[in-house]
Design a protein around this ligand. Structure first.
Ligand code: FES
Length: 165
């Protein structure tokens, strides 16, 4: 297990500099937490417990509050993910448009449960809250790009294209 100190050692100096800049610019250090978490996730892939403690130290926030924020923000990853990331919206409009069966289909194709890493690290699939594309449900976030009308055919084609990539 690493420690918050070794997290600092693992960060490229450019990321440490950027974090320090956000902390300096924030009216209170706590206000920089979402930027700090974003930069840490970009650099390290996900926010494990030690990274969470590092974010808490940097911002002066109690770790339990940072943990609450991580649970609240669906874009924060608390475990390793694959090289590609598919998030399928399961909020009301998408639920009514068949998101549940899409998520089940995704588990069948990937061979793992949601949130696990599939196909030798190729990808991970997660449920997600409303993406604001309710009029084009079901919707998904494909490597950070919002896509409407994401049906079973789109799912099959996407996951096939991601395998071993
Ligand atoms: S409910 Fe899925 S995009 Fe809004």
């Amino acid at each position: 297990m690493s420690s918050p100190t070794s997290i600092a050692d693992r960060l490229p100096s450019s990321v440490r500099t950027e974090i320090e800049a956000h902390l300096r610019q924030a009216p209170q250090r706590e206000a920089a937490i979402s930027d700090v978490l974003r930069l840490l996730q970009q650099a390290l892939g996900y926010i494990d417990d030690d990274t969470l403690l590092y974010a808490a130290q940097q911002t002066g926030m109690p770790p339990v509050k940072v943990e609450e924020l991580c649970s609240f923000y669906p874009l924060v990853l608390r475990r390793p993910a694959g090289r590609h990331l598919l998030r399928i919206c399961d909020s009301v409009s998408c639920h009514l448009a068949g998101a549940d069966s899409l998520l089940r289909q995704a588990e069948e194709i990937s061979g793992v449960t949601l949130g696990q890493v599939a196909k030798e690290g190729s990808y991970s699939i997660l449920p997600h809250v409303c993406l604001g594309l309710c009029d084009r449900a079901p919707a998904a976030l494909v490597d950070g790009h919002a896509v409407g009308g994401f049906d079973g055919d789109a799912l099959v084609a996407l996951l096939a294209s991601w395998e071993h990539r």
